[in-house]
Design a protein. Structure first.
Length: 246
Protein backbone atom coordinates (compact mmCIF):
# COMPACT_ATOMS: atom_id res chain seq x y z
CA UNK A 1 0.00 0.00 0.00
CA UNK A 2 2.87 2.36 0.81
CA UNK A 3 4.47 1.70 -2.58
CA UNK A 4 1.16 2.25 -4.42
CA UNK A 5 0.68 5.54 -2.59
CA UNK A 6 4.19 6.64 -3.51
CA UNK A 7 3.78 5.84 -7.23
CA UNK A 8 0.14 6.90 -7.60
CA UNK A 9 -2.81 4.57 -8.05
CA UNK A 10 -4.06 6.31 -11.20
CA UNK A 11 -0.63 6.01 -12.82
CA UNK A 12 -0.51 2.29 -12.08
CA UNK A 13 -3.98 1.82 -13.57
CA UNK A 14 -2.91 3.63 -16.73
CA UNK A 15 0.18 1.44 -16.89
CA UNK A 16 -2.02 -1.65 -16.60
CA UNK A 17 -4.11 -0.45 -19.55
CA UNK A 18 -0.98 0.17 -21.62
CA UNK A 19 0.24 -3.35 -20.76
CA UNK A 20 -3.03 -4.84 -22.04
CA UNK A 21 -2.74 -2.84 -25.28
CA UNK A 22 0.90 -3.88 -25.78
CA UNK A 23 0.18 -7.56 -25.20
CA UNK A 24 -2.78 -7.35 -27.55
CA UNK A 25 -0.54 -5.89 -30.25
CA UNK A 26 1.98 -8.69 -29.68
CA UNK A 27 -0.75 -11.31 -30.01
CA UNK A 28 -1.57 -9.95 -33.48
CA UNK A 29 2.01 -10.72 -34.57
CA UNK A 30 1.21 -14.43 -34.50
CA UNK A 31 2.33 -17.63 -32.75
CA UNK A 32 6.00 -17.10 -33.63
CA UNK A 33 6.04 -14.29 -31.05
CA UNK A 34 3.50 -15.26 -28.42
CA UNK A 35 3.03 -19.00 -29.07
CA UNK A 36 -0.30 -20.16 -27.69
CA UNK A 37 -0.57 -17.26 -25.24
CA UNK A 38 -4.18 -16.35 -24.60
CA UNK A 39 -4.47 -14.38 -21.35
CA UNK A 40 -2.72 -12.00 -18.96
CA UNK A 41 -1.66 -12.63 -15.39
CA UNK A 42 -2.47 -10.28 -12.56
CA UNK A 43 -0.08 -7.30 -12.65
CA UNK A 44 2.68 -7.20 -10.05
CA UNK A 45 4.46 -4.25 -8.49
CA UNK A 46 8.03 -5.34 -7.76
CA UNK A 47 10.60 -3.60 -5.59
CA UNK A 48 14.33 -4.25 -5.59
CA UNK A 49 16.16 -4.62 -2.30
CA UNK A 50 17.86 -1.24 -1.97
CA UNK A 51 20.34 -0.78 0.92
CA UNK A 52 19.43 2.05 3.24
CA UNK A 53 15.93 2.59 1.81
CA UNK A 54 13.94 0.42 4.20
CA UNK A 55 12.81 -1.99 1.47
CA UNK A 56 10.24 -4.52 2.68
CA UNK A 57 11.28 -8.14 3.23
CA UNK A 58 10.26 -10.65 0.51
CA UNK A 59 6.85 -12.25 0.95
CA UNK A 60 6.94 -15.69 2.55
CA UNK A 61 5.83 -18.66 0.45
CA UNK A 62 2.69 -20.25 1.94
CA UNK A 63 -0.05 -22.70 1.01
CA UNK A 64 -2.27 -19.73 0.17
CA UNK A 65 -0.03 -18.01 -2.39
CA UNK A 66 1.84 -21.05 -3.76
CA UNK A 67 -0.91 -22.12 -6.25
CA UNK A 68 -0.95 -18.59 -7.69
CA UNK A 69 2.78 -18.76 -8.47
CA UNK A 70 2.60 -22.28 -9.90
CA UNK A 71 -0.21 -21.20 -12.21
CA UNK A 72 1.79 -18.22 -13.46
CA UNK A 73 5.18 -19.93 -13.71
CA UNK A 74 3.84 -23.02 -15.50
CA UNK A 75 2.03 -20.99 -18.19
CA UNK A 76 4.04 -17.82 -18.77
CA UNK A 77 5.21 -17.21 -22.33
CA UNK A 78 6.33 -13.58 -22.18
CA UNK A 79 7.14 -11.22 -19.32
CA UNK A 80 6.78 -7.48 -19.49
CA UNK A 81 8.97 -5.43 -17.14
CA UNK A 82 8.50 -1.67 -17.03
CA UNK A 83 10.89 0.07 -14.65
CA UNK A 84 9.37 2.93 -12.72
CA UNK A 85 12.30 4.10 -10.62
CA UNK A 86 12.93 6.46 -9.06
CA UNK A 87 16.10 4.48 -8.30
CA UNK A 88 18.34 2.87 -10.93
CA UNK A 89 19.92 -0.55 -11.19
CA UNK A 90 21.16 -3.36 -13.44
CA UNK A 91 19.14 -6.22 -14.91
CA UNK A 92 21.28 -9.31 -15.58
CA UNK A 93 19.91 -11.65 -18.28
CA UNK A 94 21.18 -15.11 -19.21
CA UNK A 95 20.02 -18.57 -20.33
CA UNK A 96 18.83 -21.25 -17.90
CA UNK A 97 20.36 -23.95 -20.08
CA UNK A 98 24.10 -23.58 -19.44
CA UNK A 99 25.06 -26.03 -22.21
CA UNK A 100 22.94 -24.11 -24.72
CA UNK A 101 24.49 -20.86 -23.56
CA UNK A 102 28.01 -22.24 -24.01
CA UNK A 103 27.16 -23.64 -27.45
CA UNK A 104 25.87 -20.26 -28.58
CA UNK A 105 28.70 -18.42 -26.88
CA UNK A 106 26.22 -16.41 -24.84
CA UNK A 107 27.12 -14.74 -21.56
CA UNK A 108 25.20 -12.52 -19.19
CA UNK A 109 23.63 -9.45 -20.75
CA UNK A 110 23.41 -6.42 -18.49
CA UNK A 111 20.68 -3.83 -18.97
CA UNK A 112 20.88 -0.55 -17.11
CA UNK A 113 17.48 0.19 -15.60
CA UNK A 114 16.02 3.61 -14.93
CA UNK A 115 12.51 5.10 -15.06
CA UNK A 116 10.92 4.44 -18.46
CA UNK A 117 12.95 1.36 -19.46
CA UNK A 118 10.79 -1.45 -20.92
CA UNK A 119 12.05 -5.05 -21.15
CA UNK A 120 10.19 -7.90 -22.86
CA UNK A 121 11.61 -11.41 -22.38
CA UNK A 122 10.91 -15.15 -22.45
CA UNK A 123 10.73 -16.04 -18.74
CA UNK A 124 10.79 -19.79 -19.38
CA UNK A 125 14.17 -19.53 -21.13
CA UNK A 126 15.87 -16.42 -19.78
CA UNK A 127 17.22 -16.09 -16.26
CA UNK A 128 17.04 -12.60 -14.75
CA UNK A 129 18.30 -10.86 -11.67
CA UNK A 130 17.90 -7.19 -10.82
CA UNK A 131 20.43 -5.39 -8.66
CA UNK A 132 19.71 -1.90 -7.37
CA UNK A 133 22.53 0.62 -7.64
CA UNK A 134 24.32 0.34 -4.27
CA UNK A 135 24.93 4.07 -3.90
CA UNK A 136 21.33 4.91 -4.81
CA UNK A 137 19.30 6.56 -2.07
CA UNK A 138 15.96 5.98 -3.87
CA UNK A 139 13.70 2.94 -3.94
CA UNK A 140 13.47 1.03 -7.22
CA UNK A 141 10.09 -0.23 -8.51
CA UNK A 142 9.06 -2.20 -11.60
CA UNK A 143 5.69 -3.10 -13.11
CA UNK A 144 5.52 -6.75 -14.22
CA UNK A 145 2.94 -8.83 -16.07
CA UNK A 146 2.98 -12.25 -17.77
CA UNK A 147 1.39 -13.25 -21.05
CA UNK A 148 0.05 -16.75 -20.32
CA UNK A 149 -0.58 -19.79 -22.49
CA UNK A 150 -3.78 -21.79 -22.15
CA UNK A 151 -1.83 -25.00 -21.42
CA UNK A 152 1.20 -25.01 -19.15
CA UNK A 153 4.04 -27.38 -18.38
CA UNK A 154 3.22 -30.97 -17.47
CA UNK A 155 4.00 -30.75 -13.76
CA UNK A 156 4.06 -34.56 -13.45
CA UNK A 157 6.16 -35.10 -16.57
CA UNK A 158 9.77 -34.57 -17.55
CA UNK A 159 9.37 -31.68 -19.96
CA UNK A 160 11.75 -28.76 -19.61
CA UNK A 161 10.63 -26.20 -17.08
CA UNK A 162 12.31 -23.18 -15.47
CA UNK A 163 14.47 -24.10 -12.46
CA UNK A 164 12.39 -21.92 -10.15
CA UNK A 165 9.22 -23.82 -11.14
CA UNK A 166 10.94 -27.12 -10.36
CA UNK A 167 12.05 -25.68 -7.00
CA UNK A 168 8.50 -24.52 -6.30
CA UNK A 169 7.08 -27.99 -6.99
CA UNK A 170 9.76 -29.53 -4.77
CA UNK A 171 8.75 -27.11 -2.00
CA UNK A 172 5.12 -28.19 -2.43
CA UNK A 173 5.96 -31.89 -2.13
CA UNK A 174 8.12 -31.30 0.95
CA UNK A 175 5.36 -29.19 2.49
CA UNK A 176 2.74 -31.85 1.77
CA UNK A 177 4.93 -34.45 3.50
CA UNK A 178 5.25 -32.15 6.52
CA UNK A 179 1.50 -31.56 6.66
CA UNK A 180 0.92 -35.30 6.56
CA UNK A 181 3.28 -35.68 9.53
CA UNK A 182 1.35 -33.02 11.44
CA UNK A 183 -1.91 -34.80 10.61
CA UNK A 184 -0.62 -38.15 11.89
CA UNK A 185 0.66 -36.45 15.05
CA UNK A 186 -2.74 -34.73 15.44
CA UNK A 187 -0.95 -31.40 15.68
CA UNK A 188 -3.99 -29.15 15.31
CA UNK A 189 -2.00 -25.99 16.03
CA UNK A 190 0.38 -26.61 13.10
CA UNK A 191 -2.56 -27.38 10.79
CA UNK A 192 -4.57 -24.30 11.74
CA UNK A 193 -5.22 -22.11 8.70
CA UNK A 194 -4.01 -24.70 6.16
CA UNK A 195 -6.48 -24.94 3.23
CA UNK A 196 -8.46 -28.17 3.17
CA UNK A 197 -7.37 -28.80 -0.42
CA UNK A 198 -3.77 -29.12 0.78
CA UNK A 199 -4.74 -31.64 3.45
CA UNK A 200 -6.70 -33.72 0.94
CA UNK A 201 -3.76 -33.61 -1.48
CA UNK A 202 -1.36 -34.64 1.28
CA UNK A 203 -3.55 -37.66 2.00
CA UNK A 204 -3.68 -38.73 -1.66
CA UNK A 205 -0.04 -37.99 -2.58
CA UNK A 206 1.97 -38.85 0.53
CA UNK A 207 2.16 -42.49 1.64
CA UNK A 208 2.38 -42.28 5.44
CA UNK A 209 0.44 -44.04 8.16
CA UNK A 210 -2.36 -46.48 7.43
CA UNK A 211 -3.32 -46.63 3.77
CA UNK A 212 -6.66 -47.77 2.42
CA UNK A 213 -8.18 -47.73 -1.04
CA UNK A 214 -11.69 -48.80 -1.98
CA UNK A 215 -12.41 -49.08 -5.68
CA UNK A 216 -15.48 -50.52 -7.29
CA UNK A 217 -18.95 -49.91 -8.60
CA UNK A 218 -22.18 -51.85 -8.36
CA UNK A 219 -25.75 -51.45 -9.52
CA UNK A 220 -28.95 -53.44 -9.89
CA UNK A 221 -31.06 -52.25 -12.80
CA UNK A 222 -34.28 -53.66 -14.24
CA UNK A 223 -34.17 -55.25 -17.66
CA UNK A 224 -31.24 -56.79 -19.53
CA UNK A 225 -28.61 -54.50 -17.95
CA UNK A 226 -28.97 -56.13 -14.56
CA UNK A 227 -25.71 -55.82 -12.65
CA UNK A 228 -23.83 -54.34 -15.61
CA UNK A 229 -23.14 -50.73 -14.58
CA UNK A 230 -21.80 -49.73 -18.01
CA UNK A 231 -25.13 -50.70 -19.51
CA UNK A 232 -26.60 -47.67 -17.76
CA UNK A 233 -23.60 -45.30 -17.73
CA UNK A 234 -22.58 -45.38 -21.40
CA UNK A 235 -26.08 -44.76 -22.83
CA UNK A 236 -26.51 -41.96 -20.29
CA UNK A 237 -23.39 -40.23 -21.60
CA UNK A 238 -24.78 -40.62 -25.12
CA UNK A 239 -28.01 -38.86 -24.09
CA UNK A 240 -30.43 -41.80 -24.07
CA UNK A 241 -34.05 -40.98 -23.17
CA UNK A 242 -35.25 -43.36 -20.45
CA UNK A 243 -38.75 -41.88 -20.10
CA UNK A 244 -41.46 -44.05 -21.59
CA UNK A 245 -45.22 -43.78 -21.57
CA UNK A 246 -47.02 -46.15 -19.20
Amino acid sequence: AEAVAELGLDSLRQLGSLSVDLCGALALMGPDVVGEASSLSEPLLLEAQTPGCGSPAPEDLTENNCPQWINAFSRHRLQLLFFLGPGTGTLELGLFDEEEAKRKGKSLVQVRTRPGVLVLLRPDLVSRRHIATPESSSRCFAFSQFLLTSVGHDLDGNDDMPPYLADLIAWCMARLAKLKEFELEQNEEALAGVPRTWLRTATSEIGMGEQASIKGSSCRLPGPSGWWSDGFTLPSFAGADYIVEI
